[in-house]
Design a protein around this ligand. Structure first.
Ligand code: PMP
Length: 399
């Protein structure tokens, strides 16, 4: 077979361009289970960058549930759920999630990304009488979902309720208006002002869709999420969540009223065209929900660690922005300095904490994003504060 020479040269050029622009992502290799301390590239380091908020990713009860499910149901779901994939396990998980979120029904997807893609594209699919009113800093999966839906959209400025009102006024003649927002903003840890959003939604007869990926397991009674935190149960239409962060597994879901969830099952493309969650993942997620329902001990530990870390860093003089969540953005502003800081934390202090730079955040707003967990010890948090302070002096960030 003769391959035409140079067909893929442009990919090599693109990779070189990414490297030149400092946008090439280096992926580190984890050689142990997710946890407070991990082995990365052969070195034992303090893990400060996983979304495993409650330490459930390697929890003994969850591992046992997954092993049992493999023995009972095997490893694969077999197909998409409408053809061969709905096992009783999927339905048990959906019922549990609906109860946990205090909603009528829930539908699970293979990931949080797919949950947004499925739900928003189902709602908006090709409609010209529907408009998305979307928050400026919404997660990429929401942006992709709206593109897939193809319905019109307007963007309102980050947590700016005057701008939201203005945008709702502009689109008030659409029959269906869907306000879409992250509950917790993943790079800053600030919260969407949901009570005000809901007020405006009621004024303009708009649907409210909240992505609670970072809220569940962290905010609200027993980690029921941001809607529970603000006590807005009957006033938010859709709560999307992921099973990959606080729940420690993989998968995503959308909870809401029975008919809306049925509609998403009928129309959600990742539900219809991508094979279902695997049995061990489903069983692990069921065990995670049960753990949260039974006790809020882990959530309390997470918040204790968060307070030690954030108070320590603020007292030392670091700017953590407006976080109201364990997500802890340590603002270093300059891209190069932030990259160097992250590298030296790893090399000199055995701390694994990734630099977040443009284009994930705006230019000049580079940061190290720390994520404490319930599995860390208070001493770990103090070690992070001391290390950050010492390194900030070494690199001249603190005079
Ligand atoms: N929404 C938000 C706000 C997220 O942070 C993420 C994960 N990065 C997702 C959705 C997607 O979730 P998953 O990783 O389960 O696909």
């Amino acid at each position: 077979m003769v391959l035409s020479v140079g067909r893929l040269d442009w990919i090599t050029e693109e990779l070189e361009n990414l490297k030149k622009q400092g946008l090439y992502v280096t992926i580190r290799k984890l050689q142990t289970a997710q946890g407070p301390w991990v082995v990365v590239d052969g070195k034992r380091v303090l893990n400060m960058c996983s979304n495993n908020y409650l330490g459930l990713a390697a929890h003994p009860r969850i591992k046992e549930a997954a092993i049992k499910a493999i023995l009972d149901y095997g490893v694969g779901a077999g197909a998409v759920r409408t053809i061969a994939g709905t096992m009783e396990l999927h339905e048990i998980l959906e019922d549990k999630l609906a109860r946990f979120k205090r909603r009528e029904a829930a539908v699970v997807f293979q990931s949080g990304y797919n949950a947004n893609l499925g739900a928003l594209s189902a709602l908006g699919w090709g409609r010209k009488d529907l408009v998305f009113v979307s928050e400026e800093l919404n997660h990429a999966s929401i942006i992709d979902a709206m593109r897939l839906a193809g319905a019109p959209k307007v963007i309102y400025k980050h947590v700016d309720m005057e701008d939201l009102k203005k945008k709702l006024e502009e689109v008030k003649d659409y029959r269906i208006k869907v306000i879409v927002t992250d509950g917790v903003f993943s790079m800053d840890g600030d919260l969407a002002p949901l009570p005000e959003i809901v007020e405006l939604a009621e004024q303009y007869n708009a649907i409210v869709y909240v992505d609670d990926a970072h809220g569940e397991g962290v905010l609200g009674d027993h980690g029921r999420g941001i809607v529970d935190y603000y006590k807005l149960h009957d006033r938010v239409d859709f709560e999307m969540g992921t099973l990959s962060k606080a729940f420690g597994v993989i998968g995503g879901y959308v909870a809401g009223d029975r008919e809306s969830i049925e509609f998403i099952k009928q129309r959600g493309r990742p539900f219809l065209f991508s094979s279902a969650m695997n049995p061990p993942d489903v069983a692990a997620a069921i065990a995670a929900v049960e753990i949260l329902e039974e006790s809020d001990e882990l959530i309390k530990k997470l918040w204790e660690n968060t307070h030690i870390l954030q108070k320590g860093l603020r007292d030392a003089g670091f700017d953590l922005g407006n976080t109201k969540h364990p997500i802890t953005p340590v603002m270093l502003y300059d891209e190069k300095l932030t990259q160097e800081f992250s590298r030296r934390l790893f090399d000199e202090y055995n701390i694994f904490a990734q630099a977040i730079v443009y284009p994930t955040v705006p230019k000049g707003k580079a940061r190290i994003r720390l994520e404490p967990s319930a599995a860390h010890k208070p001493e770990d948090m103090k070690y992070v504060v001391d290390s950050f302070t010492e390194l900030a002096r070494k690199v001249g960030f603190f005079k």
